[in-house]
Design a protein around this ligand. Sequence first.
Ligand code: DGP
Length: 123
Amino acid sequence: MAYTYDDQNIFAKILRGEIPNATVLETEHTLAFRDIQPQAPVHVLVIPKGPYVCYDHFAREASDAEIVDFTRAVGEVVKAEGLQEGGYRIISNAGEAGVQEVPHLHVHVLGGRVLGRMLQRAG
Ligand code: DGP
């Protein structure tokens, strides 16, 4: 399946500076900022600057430089937010089944409390 990127999504607007954000880290290819509706004491979103809809889109089509930069940025966020000792969770929702709200790849970096089991059991 070929993904179509919507450049009017809210994270594209953040990247263009049209909407403010609380930046945690910025690199050549990556931006990390605080989630507007935090679900844990630490809740940071890490996004590539390039137009990728979701994780597999990025993993298949991004350049090696973008992938390395993004991966390293996630590591830096974990370290900068002091999550190494207590632990953390990384989530990336995709599409309908993943209940993705914003169609620009983002990983949620969550920590600062015990987060509970990964998924609720549901029918
Ligand atoms: P997801 O369901 O994985 O697509 O999560 C989208 C997340 O984006 C959700 O946790 C709330 C966050 N979010 C939505 N709009 C904004 C915004 O304008 N600014 C920030 N910082 N976060 C936003």
